[in-house]
Design a protein around this ligand. Structure first.
Ligand code: SAM
Length: 364
């Protein structure tokens, strides 16, 4: 998938990163220009630069970064022809459908190909993605993209209505993902396509609870089990670094000093009380002289230790004491629909037979 070269070449699809909100794909075509509010660039200037480079504009209006595409970047940058799946859902679905290297996966519909790119990378050349799209224009565009991105050996795209005509494979898919307006109409076809020699999985992506209920009913009727619905929510963490200006050992030493100080103060107060009681027996001028002496003693010897940076603490040691703290932000929606998963577990009559022939369990 995509170029694996270190440097950008003519004909490569690159990702132009302008800001977090402005990420665009670009087909490098020498002779063409790229213009944005961050300046003016010539495609030919990008040929030969290493992927990941920052490029300054020709007219001094800003800069861009040229990145090698990944499925994640492609999802951020792709031209939208439909609503698409985003990374939180893609990751969750891939994991719960148990999609891995070598898996045979079905998706319908292809839409803008956001999910397709991630799955194609996961299954790799030893696997297969069968993708179905009934809108001819979208199917054509997706096909062109898959070829341009070097995915044609992994993805087979078919233009068809899967709710009416079903899929092109039988008894061989490990997983089916349905992102359709009426996934329940495709459930029986999905059952036909899934393998029967070991458990296989399905996921329906539905935007509202009524549609989830219809999908669940269809899955139940078709004999799927372990039907479970999930909603993906993101909880971002805001991470910040704070300096702790003192090495921990230094703080511990100072706390010990403080403890010692408090103990000395306590003993001194006891001694004072004792003396004051004894003073009651002295004459008035003698008493004043004794009180002045005691107060002076307190000020001279009872100084609380201050926690400050010692002179010998060098700057590096202090800098090394940075701590990262994370603040949990409010939950945000990380999805556009509910995810209903189910399993198709093979019916194995021989297992039932042997269970029936097994001797009955006894108390011994
Ligand atoms: N998952 C895709 C992605 O991540 O880019 C987006 C899929 S989009 C929401 C749904 C697509 O399903 C549309 O392109 C639509 O044309 C297609 N579709 C709807 N009904 C279909 C059917 N019965 N057979 C095949 N494709 C269908």
């Amino acid at each position: 998938m995509w170029s694996t070269g270190r440097e950008v070449a003519a004909g490569d699809v690159v990702i132009v990163w302008q800001t977090r909100e402005l990420v665009q794909p670009l087909l490098i075509t020498p002779g063409k220009d790229f213009n944005s509010k961050f300046g003016h660039y010539r495609h030919s200037d990008l040929v030969g630069i290493p992927y990941g480079s920052r490029v300054d504009s020709r007219n001094g209006r800003g800069f861009i970064h040229i990145l090698r595409p990944t499925p994640e970047l492609w999802t951020m940058a792709l031209p939208h022809r439909t609503q698409i799946l985003y990374l939180a859902d893609i990751a969750f679905i891939t994991s719960w459908l148990d999609i891995r290297r070598g898996s045979r996966v079905i998706e319908a519909g292809t839409g803008s190909g956001s999910f397709s790119h991630s799955v194609a990378r996961t299954v790799g050349p030893s696997g297969r993605l069968y993708s179905y799209e009934f809108h001819e224009g979208r199917a054509e565009k997706a096909r062109e993209e898959f070829i341009r991105h070097g995915m044609q050996d992994i993805v087979t795209l078919t233009h068809r209505n899967v709710c009416k005509d079903g899929f092109t494979v039988e008894n061989s898919a490990d997983a089916v993902f349905l992102d359709l307006p009426a996934p329940w109409d495709a459930v029986v076809h999905a059952k036909k396509a899934l393998r029967k020699d070991r458990p296989a999985r399905i996921c329906c992506f539905s935007p509202c609870m009524e549609q989830v209920m219809r999908a669940v009913s269809a899955l139940n009727e078709a004999g799927f089990t372990d039907i479970t619905m999930y909603e993906t929510l993101l909880r971002p963490h805001e991470v910040q670094q704070f300096p702790t200006p003192l090495p921990l050992s230094h703080v511990i030493d100072k706390l010990k000093d403080m403890e010692k100080f408090r103990e000395e103060k306590r003993l001194r107060q006891i001694a004072n009380h004792k003396r004051k009681r004894e003073d009651a027996e002295f004459s008035e001028p003698d008493k004043r002289a004794r009180t002045d002496e005691l107060n002076a003693g307190d000020q001279n010897s009872l100084q609380a230790p201050l926690i400050t940076v010692r002179e010998e603490d060098d700057a590096n040691e202090v800098e090394a004491q940075m701590v990262s703290l994370s603040k949990v932000c409010h939950e945000v929606r990380g999805h556009t629909s509910y995810l209903t998963f189910a399993r198709l577990v093979p019916f194995m009559p021989e297992t039932l037979e042997s269970a029936a022939q097994a001797p009955p369990l006894t108390d011994n």
